[in-house]
Design a protein around this ligand. Structure first.
Ligand SMILES: Nc1ncnc2c1ncn2[C@@H]1O[C@H](COP(=O)(O)OP(=O)(O)OP(=O)(O)O)[C@@H](O)[C@H]1O
Ligand SMILES: NCC(=O)N[C@@H]1O[C@H](COP(=O)([O-])[O-])[C@@H](O)[C@H]1O
Ligand SMILES: [Mg+2]
Length: 390
């Protein structure tokens, strides 16, 4: 049988687990990222170091390794090159269109709200401080302001006054990716909870994982749990919206579709056309996990069932400062918390460098309830300490 080769564009923690899942099914993996020794590179058959926005380097890597599938793992990629490569016959996962539309918030938001008619928060885009204030007048205060090019909460803030809108503009421009200042100003949604609905688009149709609940701080996730308890009608609505959006984006693979749940409503927020960080909980909660599902969907392999093994949670392990001389303590103490018959596990990503608030690992736990699983995962994460030696 032909051995499939996958080229990952981005090689962080999600790529690392994806590499493991792909290699278990016999694939060859080429891991690419902007820095050497990235988490997935440590597991891969080959690697290339270059910025994913460098079009010449991206094309050169594809032509050198000739992968069967190009698998984006981060948002910021030269998507025009991906579109060209796809039109030349290379396979982009899930599709160049999906990657192009989701790289920037303006693309996917307009597509979801205007073309597909999904329920979203009120929103406007702005390209100057004055336009930001006008946008906030239109959507109302408080509002959430984010650069259109950013992820993991970078450059995001909530403004409750017009003076704060101006500060939020400055902050967003300072933290944005790329060189074109443009922000989205969103109505602040007072949601009851938020979920990620992992949705798998496969050869045989669309499948859903049980909803994943999560808590965010500074625009980045801290804990996630599965199954999230949400009103039935909101889940049905989220599933219908996810199906529409993944079918419209095209291609096969897993998508992390984010919704705010308010009463019986599911309000579409954004999506990743790839495994989702909050979906790391599936490393303990579910079989196959989100990485295995992505690989199966990419390879066109069957997914006869998705089993949820019990209430589970993940809690992140963050660094507190910048360093490249550090180690970990407390791994034994964290794992020892799994002595009650319900497992506790860790993933240490082995990133070569810490930064303030950079995610370095994740603790995973099961419990009798999701609340208990969250407490156990948090306790395990708290046992792991990063010791800086510089
Ligand atoms: N309009 C809104 N109303 C209320 N809360 C919001 C709104 N937009 C974002 N948030 C909060 O901020 C979090 C991060 O926002 P969003 O998912 O858009 O950013 P992100 O940078 O793409 O995050 P990630 O890459 O981690 O998914 C959301 O999960 C939610 O908790
Ligand atoms: N929300 C997106 C997300 O979680 N992406 C994950 O984080 C890595 C970047 O981490 P870094 O910023 O620490 O290098 C990415 O490579 C991906 O695995
Ligand atoms: Mg998000």
């Amino acid at each position: 049988m032909h051995i499939a080769s996958l080229m990952l564009l981005g090689s962080g923690e999600l790529g690392r687990e994806l590499t493991i899942a792909a290699k278990r099914l016999g694939c060859r993996v080429i891991a690419c990222d902007r820095y050497a020794n990235a988490p997935a590179m440590q597991m891969a058959d080959a690697f290339e170091v270059f910025p994913m926005l460098d079009r010449a380097a991206l094309r050169a890597a594809v032509e050198k390794h000739r992968p069967d599938a190009i698998v984006p793992e981060i948002e910021a990629i030269d998507t025009a090159t991906l579109a060209d490569l796809e039109s030349e016959g290379w396979r982009v996962i899930p599709s160049a269109k999906a990657v192009q539309l989701t790289m920037n918030r303006d693309g996917i938001r307009d597509f979801a709200a205007r073309e597909l008619g999904l329920a979203t928060s009120q929103y406007r885009f702005a390209e100057s401080r004055e336009e930001a204030v006008a946008a906030a007048e239109a959507v109302g205060l408080p509002c959430v302001i984010k650069p259109v090019m950013s992820s993991s909460g970078k450059g995001q803030s909530t403004a409750t006054t017009f003076a704060e809108v101006e500060q939020a503009w400055d902050y967003a421009v300072e933290k944005m990716r790329g060189d074109r200042p443009r922000i989205i100003v969103e109505e602040f949604i007072r949601f009851d909870s938020e979920i990620t609905l992992l949705t798998v688009s496969t050869r045989d149709g669309v499948l859903y994982c049980a909803p994943i609940g999560h808590r965010q701080e500074l625009g980045d996730y801290r804990e996630s749990w599965q199954p999230a308890h949400v009103p039935k009608a909101s889940l049905v609505s989220a599933q219908e919206q996810s199906k529409r959006v993944v079918e419209a984006l095209g291609g096969h693979g897993i998508f992390g579709v984010e919704f705010f749940i308010r009463g019986e409503e599911a309000i579409f927020s954004e999506l990743s056309p790839r495994p989702h960080d909050t979906g790391m909980v599936t490393l303990i909660s579910q079989y196959p996990n989100e990485f295995e599902l992505h690989v199966r969907a990419i390879l066109g392999l069957p997914i006869p069932a998705i089993e949820v093994t019990g209430p589970s949670a993940s809690a992140v392990i963050l660094a507190s400062k910048e360093s490249d001389e550090f180690g970990y303590e407390g791994i034994g103490e964290a794992l020892a918390l799994g002595d009650t018959g319900k497992p506790v596990d860790l993933r240490i990503f082995a990133k070569p460098k810490t930064l303030k608030n950079r995610r370095m690992g994740v603790a995973l736990a099961r419990g009798s309830t999701v609340e208990e699983a969250v407490e156990r995962a948090k306790a395990a994460a708290a046992k792991v300490a990063i010791r800086y030696t510089d």
